[in-house]
Design a protein around this ligand. Structure first.
Ligand code: UDP
Ligand code: MG
Length: 328
């Protein structure tokens, strides 16, 4: 019989005392169900990450952990934001579990999609993205801004799965590799696809929050989008270079035009030389900024020290040290 995988459900919580007592038993029930079906191991756990909450969230988590050994909790020293909280949980789980599923604690994401996620893992996917099939419960404004966000991200060169947030299954094997991504500007949904390995999507409907209120106002969403673009792509710098080229060509044409006008005597004294200098310098300056930006972009990517390659399979056993050399 094949051994069932140990699953850790990783749940970031920030000021969630209202919703946690409602959703924690739901997660527990799901875990029980998956164990009963023989899909996951009895050693599976629910891991709450308290992200420096200022209310009674941590006390609730501690209480749950005392009641039932299937609940575990870790507490961040202060609020570091959703992405860092998820990362803390994943890194905590990577050596204890075979698979992790990260999910918000507010009951918006359909927990029943976990069954299909685990199934997809068994069939060979190392990463399973939870993707929203519809956004009916969102307001028009939220839907418009959220979908615009994904389009903008893609256009700016960040590889993201459309309508996927942070509800996903990741195998411990992918997490071991992901641990080598040392950057501090975290945008998990753009970084996980960079790790590679077989992946698939599972579709689900997202509901409204069961209680409490959202911690992602428009301001935070814009900050997340900006962080995602600038930490994954140097395309904005390329756009400055391109703009520099266009302005240089236009500047060159304007210089010719100014000279022609001056030769034809249709200008007042000093106009042609002023226009020539402005157009010439404008183009050169933008182009130079773009070139400097290219180097800064390279330095930026170098400072991340991301792994340059990740090996997914070997025809022999063991890590890079193996196979042992036969010295006789
Ligand atoms: N969260 C967190 N730290 C923060 C903000 C949010 O850990 O600084 C958690 C929060 O408790 C929830 C998840 O991130 O489990 C998603 O937040 P929320 O539901 O407020 O965002 P929305 O679903 O409205 O985009
Ligand atoms: Mg939410």
């Amino acid at each position: 019989m094949i051994q069932q995988p140990v699953l850790y459900i990783v749940i970031p919580c920030y000021n969630e005392e209202e919703v946690l007592p409602i959703t924690a038993p739901m997660f527990r029930e799901k875990l029980r169900q998956l164990v009963a079906q023989g899909a996951i191991s009895e050693k599976s756990r629910i891991l709450f990450v308290n992200d420096g909450s200022k209310d009674g969230t941590w006390e609730i988590i501690q209480g749950l952990a005392r009641q039932d050994e299937h609940y575990l909790g870790i507490c961040q020293s202060r609020n570091r934001g959703h992405q860092n909280a998820v990362l803390a949980g994943l890194m905590e789980a990577k050596d204890r579990a075979d698979i992790t599923i990260s999910i918000d604690c507010d009951g918006q994401d359909d927990i029943h999609a976990m069954d299909r996620m685990v199934e997809a893992y068994v069939k060979g996917s190392e990463v399973v993205y939870g993707v929203r099939s519809r956004r009916d419960t969102d307001t028009f404004f939220k839907r418009f801004t959220a979908e615009g966000f994904y389009h903008l991200m893609r256009w700016m060169g960040a590889e993201v799965v459309f309508n996927h947030a942070d509800y996903r299954l990741i195998s411990s094997r992918v997490l071991q590799e992901f641990a080598n991504f040392k950057e501090v500007n975290l945008f998990l949904r753009g970084l996980i696809p960079l790790v590679g390995f077989p992946s698939t999507c599972v579709y689900y409907e997202r509901r409204e929050r069961l209680a409490g209120k959202s911690h992602y106002p428009l301001r935070k969403m814009l900050a997340l989008a900006f962080n995602g673009i600038t930490s994954l792509s140097v395309k904005p710098i390329r756009m400055i270079t391109a703009l520099g080229c266009v302005v240089s060509v236009l500047g060159f044409l304007a210089v010719i035009w100014a000279i022609v006008m001056a030769v034809l005597g249709k200008t007042i004294a000093g106009w042609a030389s002023t226009v020539c200098i402005i157009c010439f310098l404008g183009g050169i300056q933008l182009l130079s900024l773009g070139v400097i930006g290219e180097y800064i972009g390279k330095i930026y990517l170098e400072t991340k020290q991301r792994p340059r390659y990740i090996i997914s399979q070997r025809t022999y056993d063991g890590g890079p040290e193996a196979p042992e050399k036969d010295c006789q």
